[in-house]
Design a protein around this ligand. Sequence first.
Ligand SMILES: *[C@@H]1O[C@H](CO)[C@@H](O)[C@H](O)[C@H]1NC(C)=O
Ligand SMILES: *[C@@H]1O[C@H](CO)[C@@H](O)[C@H](O)[C@H]1NC(C)=O
Ligand SMILES: *[C@@H]1O[C@H](CO)[C@@H](O)[C@H](O)[C@H]1NC(C)=O
Ligand SMILES: *[C@@H]1O[C@H](CO)[C@@H](O)[C@H](O)[C@H]1NC(C)=O
Ligand SMILES: *[C@@H]1O[C@H](CO)[C@@H](O)[C@H](O)[C@H]1NC(C)=O
Ligand SMILES: *[C@@H]1O[C@H](CO)[C@@H](O)[C@H](O)[C@H]1NC(C)=O
Length: 583
Amino acid sequence: MLGTILALPAVALSITQNSTYTNPILPGWHSDPSCTFVAEEHNSFFCATSSFLTFPGMPIYTSKDLINWRLASHVFSRTSQVPQIGNTTVQNGGLWATTIRYHDGKFYAIVSYTPESPFVVTGFIFTTTNPYDDSAWSDPLVFPLIDIDPNLFWDDDGTAYIQFSGIHQQTIDLKTGALGPASIIWTGFTKFIPEGPRMYKKDGYYYLMIAEGGTALGHHEAIARSKNISGPYEGYSGNPILTNTNTTEYFQTVGHADLFQDASGNWWGSALATRSGPAWQNYPMGRETVLFPVTWKTGEWPVLQPVRGKMSGWPLPPQTKAIPGSGPFIEDPDIVDFHVGSSIPPHFLYWRFPPKDAFTVSPYGHPNTLQLRPSKSNLTSTAPLTTISELSFISRVQTDTLFSFSVDIASFEPKLLEEEVGVTAFLTQTQHLDLGIVLLPTNSYSSNGETKLAPHLRFRATYVPANTGNFDGTVQTVIKLLPENWQDGPIRLHIDAINETHYAFSTTLSKEPDAKELIGIAPATILSGGDGPFSGTLVGVYATSNGGAGTTPSYVSRWRYEGKGQDIGNDTFVPYSPFIESH
Ligand SMILES: *[C@@H]1O[C@H](CO)[C@@H](O)[C@H](O)[C@H]1NC(C)=O
Ligand SMILES: *[C@@H]1O[C@H](CO)[C@@H](O)[C@H](O)[C@H]1NC(C)=O
Ligand SMILES: *[C@@H]1O[C@H](CO)[C@@H](O)[C@H](O)[C@H]1NC(C)=O
Ligand SMILES: *[C@@H]1O[C@H](CO)[C@@H](O)[C@H](O)[C@H]1NC(C)=O
Ligand SMILES: *[C@@H]1O[C@H](CO)[C@@H](O)[C@H](O)[C@H]1NC(C)=O
Ligand SMILES: *[C@@H]1O[C@H](CO)[C@@H](O)[C@H](O)[C@H]1NC(C)=O
């Protein structure tokens, strides 16, 4: 592929300008990416990814060099924009597959909401002129959708169209939401699950690029074109145009692509991929965002470079971190101390909406802590869920194959049985690994004959049966009395991805950081697939009364997350993803 790119006559390229970078560009759960280039916004790139049940949702990332990506904003940051998220029980429901586009000075984010299966889909369109500010995103234009994955496209005459799975197309009035009649314009190359459509107009053709095969090992991209937007569309004889199906590549499930040009006119594409290898068993980070170079000569079909861990292609724009906004860069570690007057970091996520007043930074009397009010429901609650329950759970995305996460439990004085605060690696409410401090009965009795309660460390794994998920085995619950001299704390709780396949949960007194004691180990296959085949692992803290009447708050401090390495396939680890070398 490298030869193909360098042989291109249209653009003056020299070998010295060629660049290499590594995938994924948005590591960790960043599925269903849509990316676009906006010259008017200082030659910046913008990518949107799916958020499902997490809130704030619909993250937008921005970069000027395709390598350094910063969280620009969340389109969905006010519960009133999509109140349905608070009522969504199915673990894979919520907001799927945002498409981001820029048109006439405005950013548009279009998305579908899916509450449950069978699908009852709703479409939402949000707009802004300031993509760096959550609050600048509009309330949505809401419209009915026949199917998922809406795309937005303007023809030269200004008519706006949506395309969505099927592949359907209809016109849309962006002021009123009024839709024209829907028609199926292409059923795809394999005709199996045609979805994720993109429309581009180039050299007198409408190019319709779609994902097919379902978002698993058979996922791939196909393309068709027509001189009339309504069709008929002619499929390309070279389909599929992007696939890792039936290869031994570490990056699998490649699809849901989008194409865009940089300031030099070179084409690029984004897609989702899963770092699982063809075994597709161990992939706790779920579907991530990858970048690939594209050559697209006049009048011809685009050529998409296959997705690998290490990529070569077009010269990248000059590297810079001078990007507006206050969000973290994707590879930044978390060093969060909840200082007085600070806010909860913008990349921290809740599962559905946070309970009212559940999280307070540095409340009176507890400076430099995050106060958690427990939810009655624990992380499992009534899974498989039939009722909605609010969870006192706050998290971030696991963005590295290997990482180290820890928090201090600065103070926690539980009074009632089963009051608990802890750390979790969480995929869904049916798949999570928790290490908590919890009030449990002891073997001793008080003078009035009642069992004495005392804080314990408890490690437990919640997982789906082997016929639903990727884990076939058992993980023993570990319960240990908290040493008496630990009760003044602070106590540090750790989660480490010790290798690609296992998480270790350990603890120590914060003042003795090197005296870590291992409490439990669990396999990452628990956090792969199952009820969460479309999402990826979050790490964070939770507080719960486990169904009891307890309301004791807990105080968390010194939140740390640090990447320790990305596996990019073929036993190659890189310190951060993506890194860059110039030849
Ligand atoms: C959520 O559920 C509650 C209780 O059933 C209902 O009152 C409310 O209207 C629902 N909200 C939405 C946005 O569906
Ligand atoms: C891989 O190739 C085999 C044999 O050609 C085919 O039967 C199988 O369906 C392919 N796998 C996928 C996921 O397409
Ligand atoms: C495109 O196709 C539609 C539907 O067949 C037809 O009504 C329309 O006239 C065509 N447009 C052009 C520009 O040919
Ligand atoms: C990963 O760690 C687990 C737990 O220590 C161990 O059983 C497994 O063999 C390790 N895997 C590799 C590839 O080192
Ligand atoms: C969650 O809480 C319920 C009671 O509400 C309890 O039965 C269950 O064991 C708890 N599970 C976990 C994993 O916390
Ligand atoms: C990794 O190894 C496989 C087979 O050994 C090979 O097909 C693939 O191209 C390699 N990938 C990279 C990025 O080197």
